[in-house]
Write a new protein. Structure first.
Length: 118
């Protein structure tokens, strides 16, 4: 029987994002591991998993990390380009934005400030 080597699903993120996630959660969910693999490679992805499996954070976290660490794209005529397009059912978005967007943004920023990387 051969062992599958398992890489750290958080290794693709910046140090402040990895540190924030480790402080906030015990471990990534299976949906997050699969989502980050597809999203970080630039592939289109659709996550289908039960409620509470971490799908929203799976989608947002890679985008948040890139917003912190990549220059803004410049479009035609020097206009700033779109960085993230996320589609969510309105009902899910109501509380999901606070929990899955604002809280990680604040947490990653605090972690980066502590590390002196902002």
């Amino acid at each position: 029987m051969t062992r599958r080597s398992r890489t750290d699903p958080l290794a693709r993120f910046s140090a402040p994002t990895r540190a924030w996630f480790a402080e906030a959660f015990e471990a990534p969910t299976h949906a997050q591991e699969l989502g980050w693999q597809a999203i970080s490679s630039g592939s289109s992805s659709l996550l289908h998993a039960p409620t509470g499996s971490g799908k929203t954070l799976a989608a947002f976290l890679w985008c948040l990390d890139r917003c912190f660490n990549d220059a803004r794209p410049v479009g035609e005529g020097g206009a700033l380009g779109v960085r993230v397009l996320y589609v969510s059912p309105l009902k899910a978005l109501a509380c999901g934005v606070e929990r899955n967007l604002r809280a990680p943004l604040a947490g990653i920023r605090r972690t980066a400030e502590r590390a002196g990387t902002t």
